[in-house]
Design a protein around this ligand. Structure first.
Ligand SMILES: NC(=O)c1ccc[n+]([C@@H]2O[C@H](COP(=O)([O-])OP(=O)(O)OC[C@H]3O[C@@H](n4cnc5c(N)ncnc54)[C@H](OP(=O)(O)O)[C@@H]3O)[C@@H](O)[C@H]2O)c1
Length: 311
């Protein structure tokens, strides 16, 4: 029963019983970014449990190696690690080419890595950091892996987005927050809107190719996000906000559902609150913004990937 208007439906959806799947992924290759913590780590575990080979794109080789050991010990899963600091698009582009070269067929790509900064930071490339890591890096990686996803069709791309896209904040004339006051939740919202709009556009462009796009909110879960900030924020995050957050295993379960559920085969271009299809916020999405952010992202990705850009 629908108790709330569309724009608030996400509150109700967050409380609903989520879908699950027992579908196996034996023999499938799943690429997961940010698999060393939180949602990405739980996703890697759940995909490995389902029999997948998990290819992790991470920045910390030591942490990644511990996850590899765990996947092998607990699930006898095959895994691989590629290293890139996703604040640097040249590193992402290099990793995309390495992954594409080693794995001609990629069945699932999970764009998960993310960051939340209370203070404005720029990447070495000069992009606002949240936007750079969450949106641009994922766009570059995805663009570089499209031929491999097509070669594995039916294949799936899962973008770990957020209900916080509802905060708005994406302005094409100020992607770097240099002309306005930096509002952390809106900077985060801006990156998520960019990811959402380009994900919707990508789904349209890939229609008929056998590659589907699923854009999801992983649940409000207890992870390390935000723990790179000041002491006060870390305290609030851990001891106050943390009381209301769920175990991130639910996010791993949701990512696995979107990656594997047979009933989703061929479905594309939808937003999910974990596993429940939901309308994203219409007030932050416009056709014009969608065109503009796509064109901008494509130009950036082409400049790093060169001929390897293939959408
Ligand atoms: N937690 C929630 O309630 C929630 C809600 C909505 C959406 N999300 C989304 O879920 C995704 C995962 O976040 P999380 O909550 O699981 O946070 P997390 O525990 O902090 O995990 C973030 C992951 O991204 C990696 N990462 C961060 N910056 C990176 C960089 N520059 N280069 C390469 N990897 C980098 C981290 O690597 P290290 O381990 O090396 O730090 C880590 O593996 C994000 O996109 C976030 O926006 C989370």
């Amino acid at each position: 029963m629908k108790l709330l208007p569309d724009e608030l439906q996400y509150i109700q959806n967050g409380l609903k019983k989520q879908n699950r799947s027992d579908a196996r992924l034996d023999g499938k290759t799943c690429v997961v970014t940010g698999a060393t913590s939180g949602v990405g780590y739980q996703s890697a575990r759940r995909l490995a449990q389902a029999g997948a080979r998990v290819v992790m794109l991470c920045r910390n080789a030591e942490k990644a190696s511990l996850v590899q050991d765990e996947l092998s010990r607990e699930y006898q899963a095959e895994s691989d690690v590629f290293i890139a600091d996703m604040r640097e698009l040249a590193q992402v582009s290099r990793a995309a080419k390495q992954i594409a070269g080693k794995y001609p067929k990629i069945n699932v790509l999970v764009n998960n890595a993310g960051v939340f900064n209370r203070r404005r930071r720029l990447t070495p490339d000069g992009h606002e950091e949240i936007f750079g890591v969450i949106h641009l890096a994922a766009f570059v990686l995805t663009a570089g892996l499209i031929p491999n996803l097509k070669a594995a069709a039916p294949a799936r791309i899962i973008d770990v987005n957020s209900e916080e896209h509802r905060f708005g904040g994406l302005k094409m004339n100020d992607l770097n927050w240099s002309k306005r006051l930096y509002i952390p939740l809106q900077a985060y919202g801006a990156a998520k809107i960019a990811q959402l709009l380009t994900g919707l556009e990508l789904a349209g462009r890939l229609r008929g190719s056998g590659v589907s796009v699923y854009i999801m909110h992983p649940g409000a879960v207890r992870t390390n996000i935000g723990m790179n900030n000041d002491f006060l924020y870390r305290f609030y995050n851990h001891y106050i906000l943390g009381l209301f957050l769920k175990d991130p295993a639910v996010s791993g379960e949701a990512v696995h559902y979107l990656a594997a559920a047979p009933e989703l085969q061929g479905v594309t271009g939808n937003f999910y609150n974990q596993t429940i299809e939901e309308k994203p916020a219409s007030y932050v999405l416009s056709e014009r913004l969608r065109r503009e952010i796509w064109d901008y992202s494509e130009t950036v990705a082409r400049s790093y990937l060169g001929d390897a850009y293939d959408i």
